[in-house]
Design a protein around this ligand. Structure first.
Ligand code: DC
Length: 223
């Protein structure tokens, strides 16, 4: 039986850490859709195009090839962009790129194609509402903006990326606003999603909570 797990929520709510672990425990494919919007943004910046220019950014669609390899490597036109897509400049511009309908439709088609191949854990903003509306399990993962800023700060420092906590918090607030106010497929909890507030939970606690939800939901499906 092919199972799809959708994990949505605001930036830096810990979705990818948790999604990766859940996928590895269940032997499912992990798909980081945010990495795809980031890779596209990286390419726009690399070409010297202004990410706030919708027409110029969308005109690049035919020349961008994004691939997610097992193990987490992200390729953009065969260049390994796994690290550089976490750069603050990419983070600061990705919400503009993610608000353009043509780019979303292009990347969503790729995401659905990947989910067709087997059981997946896919994280993003619109997975439960738009990309995989029939996902067996939908999680909406949140945490306070202060908690998220500290987590992202520590993650960046751990990866050798220079940053400031206050700047990260501002960027998260701005991105949350743009992501949840765009016209097409905005950040929003699916009506049939389960809300998990991870502000005071460890990664393992969240993983275990999600595994229990999956067990409960998929057992129900088989009845
Ligand atoms: O999860 P992340 O921070 O890597 O996502 C980067 C950006 O991409 C984020 O600002 C919102 C956008 N995004 C989106 O609009 N839809 C998705 N399914 C995933 C990410």
């Amino acid at each position: 039986m092919k199972i799809s797990i959708a994990i949505d929520g605001p930036a830096a709510a810990g979705k990818s850490t948790v999604a990766k672990k859940v996928a590895s425990i269940l032997g499912f494919i992990y798909i980081d859709t945010g990495a795809m919007y980031r890779a596209f943004t990286y390419y726009v910046l690399k070409k010297g195009v202004d990410p706030q220019n919708e027409a110029a950014s969308c005109a690049l669609i035919p020349e961008v090839k994004i691939e997610l390899l097992p193990g987490g490597t992200v390729l953009c036109n065969n260049e390994d962009v796994t690290r550089v897509i976490r750069d603050p400049l990419v983070s600061a511009n990705v919400s503009y790129i993610a608000s353009y309908k043509s780019i979303r439709l292009h990347l969503v088609a790729l995401q659905r194609e990947m989910a067709e191949k087997g059981s997946v854990v896919m994280d993003g903003r619109d997975i439960g509402t738009y990309v995989l509306p029939n996902a067996e399990v939908k999680i909406y993962q949140i945490a306070s903006v202060e908690t998220r800023a500290v987590r992202r700060y520590e993650e960046n420092i751990g990866n050798g990326i220079k940053c400031e906590l206050k700047q990260i918090e501002e960027d998260l607030r701005r991105r949350d606003y743009i992501d949840s106010h765009r016209d097409f497929a905005p950040l929003k909890a699916a009506v049939d999603s389960v809300l998990i507030d991870t502000s005071f939970m460890t990664v393992d606690e969240v993983v275990n909570a999600i595994l229990s939800i999956i067990k409960r939901k998929t057992a129900g499906d088989r009845k």
